[in-house]
Design a binder for this molecule. Sequence first.
Ligand SMILES: Nc1ncnc2c1ncn2[C@@H]1O[C@H](COP(=O)(O)OP(=O)(O)OP(=O)(O)O)[C@@H](O)[C@H]1O
Length: 250
Amino acid sequence: MRVSVGGKLIIDGIDCTVPPGSLAALIGPNGAGKSTLLRALAAVEKPQSGSVSFDGSELYGMPRRERAKLAAFVEQDAATELSLTVEAVVALGRMPHLSLWQAPDDASRTAVTDALDAVGMREFAGRDVTTLSGGERQRVLLAKALAQQARLLLLDEPTNHLDIRAQLSTLALLRSVASTGVTVLAALHDLGLAAAWCDSVIVVADGRVVAAGETAATLTPELIRDVYGVRATVFTDPASGRPVIGFGEL
Ligand SMILES: Nc1ncnc2c1ncn2[C@@H]1O[C@H](COP(=O)(O)OP(=O)(O)OP(=O)(O)O)[C@@H](O)[C@H]1O
């Protein structure tokens, strides 16, 4: 796939695959092209060439509504200026499943409540979304994507604004969503979170994939040094058995 924005080639021949029903991290330095790639995968940004196929279906040729049933996208710091309640924002995720003017059915109401529960925001259901903190808003936007019940979930920095506990519970939630068969791809800046929680990583730099594959085999100190120019040491957390990464300057 090749994607240009504003006349500039940003994604230069990326070819990548995310294993179905798994949690994958999209990582890479600032300006590498992560957001642009996610926007292209979500069909928000049209590539000059290339295609995005999911489960045998080509996402670009598809009517918007059908695509929204397949793929949900949470953009980085998506604006929430509309004065709506949290519940109404999450209910927007149900739109692809309802016909025009159709009142929410039981399945939609349950999906909204379940999504609010999943992100721990049920008690905020009646709050105006414009009054929320950055972290609360981030969780509401994740709930909206969950309510969409798509089989592909694309997230741009889903842990932005979140405190450490909320970061861990978000990654745990994404893992459990993936375990139900949903394919999850999340751009993450925190390599520690990617290492500890994701099944695989796609590493981009300068609009190209420089490495991709199973997390432990791919996210090595050598790769981190080459891509980010820092020293990294991988430890094992004695409590969880998961990898922990320490960083230092070269
Ligand atoms: N509208 C635009 N016009 C020109 N250049 C753009 C435009 N949008 C993005 N870019 C450039 O494309 C490159 C990739 O941007 P992108 O936002 O995809 O990177 P990223 O990996 O998500 O970065 P970050 O980690 O900083 O969020 C950057 O150099 C950015 O300046």
